[in-house]
Design a protein around this ligand. Structure first.
Ligand code: S3P
Length: 183
């Protein structure tokens, strides 16, 4: 079967890129990130796309990047934190080995803080985070086959937990329940 071995979703700063690259190493496969694909297609950094053309335009570029990556990539794929907001993108993820990397608010503030490279969290990060997660948590769990909590874990521990979460599927035991929590 073609398509990615793992698709990582979850909020900005949760470690999708770091964990994704580690996972790709563990699985001896390639790593791809739709944020990077969008930047390449637009020819400018993400904050500039938001500033110049707005979020809706960014989401359209992202939708296209996800569609292409799902069709082309057979390794580990990470999506931008807001990709699940788009109905079409969520539909594209149906049947894919999607894992939701989660973290609580304290971990988020510690990791993302006032990082202005993330335009959606540039002002009042704690409140923005809570609002963002209220709008998105159910979308992450909707598309994901498994949830892996990252709080207090090293990227390597998270990568191994992702493999454990997907293992029943790889053994052919059938898909885990959507939104299944792993320890
Ligand atoms: C976004 C998350 C970012 C990037 C853009 C929008 C979001 O990706 O796609 O800044 O809406 O949460 P990361 O999750 O990789 O930071």
């Amino acid at each position: 079967m073609s398509g990615p071995l793992v698709v990582l979703v979850g909020p900005m700063g949760v470690g999708k890129s770091t964990v994704g690259e580690l996972l790709a190493g563990l699985l001896s496969t390639g790593y791809r990130d739709t944020d990077a694909d969008v930047v390449a297609a637009a020819g400018k950094p993400i904050p500039e796309i938001f500033f110049d053309e707005g979020e809706e335009h960014f989401r359209a570029l992202e939708r296209q990047a996800v569609r292409t990556a799902l069709a082309e990539h057979t390794g580990v794929l990470s999506l931008g934190g807001g990709a699940v907001l788009d109905d079409t993108t969520r539909a594209l993820l149906a049947g894919q080995p999607v894992v939701y990397l989660s973290m609580d608010v304290e971990e988020a503030v510690k990791r993302v803080g006032l990082n202005t490279a993330r335009p959606l969290l540039a002002v009042n990060p704690r409140r923005q985070w809570r609002e963002l997660m209220e709008a998105r948590r159910h979308l992450y769990t909707e598309v994901a086959r498994a949830t892996v909590a990252t709080d207090g874990r090293t990227p390597d521990e998270v990568a191994r937990a992702v493999l454990d979460a997907l293992e029943p599927q790889e053994r052919g035991d059938g898909p885990a329940a959507p939104g299944q929590e792993t320890t």
